[in-house]
Design a protein around this ligand. Structure first.
Ligand code: PEP
Ligand code: MG
Length: 324
């Protein structure tokens, strides 16, 4: 089977009934290894900028960040690279910026941190903009958004960064900006968010954790953590329909997108693209190439009828076996 999968990897992620499901990759470090896949993907759906920050001894300066980001953008150009602003807090601590809290996943993380430290966000935005000069493939993604005011402030800072650079003789255009949908509240404010940004990206890892009130890293409740929980699937399905109504390009960049059954369900829901870790690409591509869009929609309809996570899993396992 491994050989069959390898053989397929240069073929498009096209269903037998002719639907193209763009596949993207998530990156952090080791850009070179992933860049070799360039011909097989539609871009980088999520570059986690905090990853390189975790191996330095202090916040990298503007020049250092510019180099890092340029490397990503050049490696994948002309394909789009979605750069997420720093998403620390929760389980991701920087050694030189410790955050100690009783409930870190409900606390100071993502955009909450960077809006409280606009100097950190400004350096990062300036570096991203500088890095994108002449390439035009950079998009900015805001993590852990809870309300539209956060988006407005971040957009103002981005605008300020563009103006500042212009005054320094560095002419850069305004990149596309997106919001991560990972706090459940955002699912009820899609219209308001869509007025402000250009695309959405669903963080199914955090969305699952917050919808189910289950810490995604706590082994005691690991069995309850389940992106295939009927409530999560139902929320994602509605969110996909709403995004389509709003004509907002919406991708999924959590682990669910890298699971073949999950990817088929997400395709059935109507998401515009799927972004995953590179090792997940072969199996997801194979699933898409074997299953018509209409069958993925049927699979979704059947699956949404189950009210227990266990029943969902059993059903998906037996249906996936039929496609092997
Ligand atoms: C997510 O929450 O699904 C996501 C993609 O972001 P991270 O895993 O980095 O929190
Ligand atoms: Mg997340």
């Amino acid at each position: 089977l491994a050989e069959v999968l390898e053989h397929e990897q240069d073929l498009p992620s096209l269903t037998p009934d002719g639907h193209l499901m763009p596949l993207m990759v998530n990156t952090g470090l080791a850009v070179d290894a992933v860049a070799s896949l360039k011909s097989r993907i539609s871009g980088v759906g999520l570059y986690r900028t905090e990853v390189p920050f975790m191996i330095t001894e202090r916040f990298p300066g503007e020049q250092e960040q510019t180099r890092l980001y340029r490397d990503q953008l050049e490696s994948f150009a002309p394909l789009p690279v979605v750069m997420r602003t720093l998403d620390i807090g929760g389980d991701k601590d920087l050694p030189y910026f410790p955050i100690e809290e009783a409930n870190p996943f409900l606390g100071w993380r993502g955009i909450r941190v960077t809006l409280d430290h606009p100097e950190v966000l400004m350096v990062q935005l300036r570096a991203m903009l500088r890095a994108s000069q002449g390439l035009d493939n950079m998009q900015v993604l805001l993590p852990m958004v809870t309300n539209v005011d956060e988006v407005d402030v971040a957009l103002r800072l981005l605008e300020r960064a563009i103006v500042e650079l212009g005054e320094e003789g560095v002419e850069v255009g305004r990149p596309k900006v997106g919001v991560m949908l990972e706090v459940p509240a955002t699912l009820y404010q899609l219209d308001a968010l869509a007025e402000r940004v250009d695309f959405f990206s669903v963080g199914s890892n955090d969305l699952t954790q917050y919808l189910l009130a289950v810490d995604r890293n706590n082994p005691r409740v690991a069995e309850l953590y389940d992106p295939l929980h009927p409530a999560v699937l139902s929320a994602m399905s509605r969110l996909a329909a709403d995004s389509r109504r709003l004509a907002m390009p919406t991708s999924v960049c959590g682990e669910l997108a890298g699971d073949p059954a999950g990817a088929l369900l997400l395709m059935g829901m109507g998401f515009s693209s799927l972004s995953m870790n590179a090792p997940s690409l072969p199996r997801v591509r194979a699933a898409i190439r074997r299953v018509p869009l209409q069958s993925a929609r049927d699979l979704l309809d059947e699956t949404l009828k189950f009210d227990s996570p266990r029943a969902v899993h059993e059903h998906l396992t037996s249906r996936m076996e039929g496609w092997n």
